[in-house]
Design a binder for this molecule. Structure first.
Ligand code: ATP
Length: 296
């Protein structure tokens, strides 16, 4: 496994830029309420992990286009990366094009934020190429119009996210552990998970009150693992619970669904153990398993 620190790595040739777009996990995700506009307010601890899409931007072209061979990813104006480029160039009021080549490694619609990360990478790459016309805050505000997770992928540090995800505060108390991501290869619609959430039945508030708010200085990552969306997704898709149970059964210190799922991550005390468990879990041929590092 290659463990890379997440510094922005621009591989800049004359007329192209290549950026790594990482996946994220939610170490806790508490849904605090529903807003009049239909969006939900969150209180979530987010961290990037070392599973990356590769985003290459070629600038010697007249129009915006996306090249991506992944069957679930649109190649047209609905792609978040395309929309990010369009937004950026419109905001800058320049008549330029960009070819966006996406090499997808992050599973799609998996709760790992792949589309949002690609969009943030496009914003960061364009900003870099155009010699930083926008501040990080301005880029985040642009990104927020594309998706609630985009500002986090511009921030790129472990963070507590509030609001719909746009209010970010760096969180430095994470001691990184080896992670296995288990993607059960089933389709989960984020919108329908939120639609079916009963805010009266969520569990994280109590747990976080006891273990986080009243104890912020002795943060215990394993104890705080909690996701209010888990019950909705697991109720509908038994495979997600099965993946979580398998991780715990094989010795993960903790296991939780990320975002609205279906990916479940397990935290391990050492890489050798995580590698061994990965081999065990891959015996289930319908799961994809990735051994990654938390990027802190
Ligand atoms: P969310 O919770 O925001 O839906 P996710 O991490 O679960 O995010 P994504 O991988 O971002 O899921 O994909 C969500 C949807 O967005 C998919 O249905 C996909 O077709 C669409 N999409 C648009 N652009 C992209 C992109 N660049 N990469 C992946 N999916 C994209």
């Amino acid at each position: 496994m290659v463990i890379k620190k997440l510094k922005l790595k621009y591989d800049t040739k004359s007329d192209s830029v290549n950026i790594l777009a990482p996946a994220k996990i939610n170490l806790f995700l508490h849904v605090t309420g529903k807003r009049p506009d239909g969006y939900h307010d969150l209180f979530s601890l987010m961290c990037c992990v070392s599973l990356y899409d590769s985003v290459t931007l070629n600038f010697d072209v007249a129009n915006i286009s996306v090249v991506c061979s992944h069957p679930q990813v649109p190649g047209d104006e609905t792609n978040l990366a395309w929309r990010a480029a369009h937004l950026f160039l419109r905001q800058l009021q320049i008549d330029a094009g960009v070819e966006i080549i996406l090499d997808k490694k992050i599973p799609v619609a998996a709760g790992l934020g792949g589309g949002s990360s690609d969009a943030a990478a496009v914003l960061l790459g364009l900003n870099h190429y155009h010699k930083n016309p926008f501040s990080e805050d301005e880029l985040s505000a642009l990104g927020l119009t594309l998706g609630a997770d985009v500002p986090f992928f511009i921030f790129r540090k472990p963070a507590i996210a509030e609001g719909v995800g746009e209010k970010l505060k760096q969180f430095q108390q994470i001691k990184p552990l080896p992670v296995l991501l288990v993607y059960p290869q089933i389709y989960v619609s984020t919108a329908s998970v939120y639609d079916n959430l009963n805010l009266g039945l969520t569990k994280c508030k109590q747990r976080l009150k006891k273990l986080f708010f009243d104890n912020e200085h002795s943060f215990d990552m394993i104890e705080c693992l909690c996701n209010d969306l888990e019950t909705v997704t697991m109720h509908r898709h038994s495979e997600v619970r099965k993946a979580q149970k398998a991780l715990i059964h094989h010795g993960a210190s903790g296991a939780l669904m990320s975002g609205s799922g279906p990916t479940v991550f397990g935290l391990f005390t050492d890489n050798v153990k995580a590698d061994h468990v990965k081999k065990e879990l891959l015996k289930n041929s319908s799961w994809q398993v990735f051994h990654v590092a938390m990027l802190v």
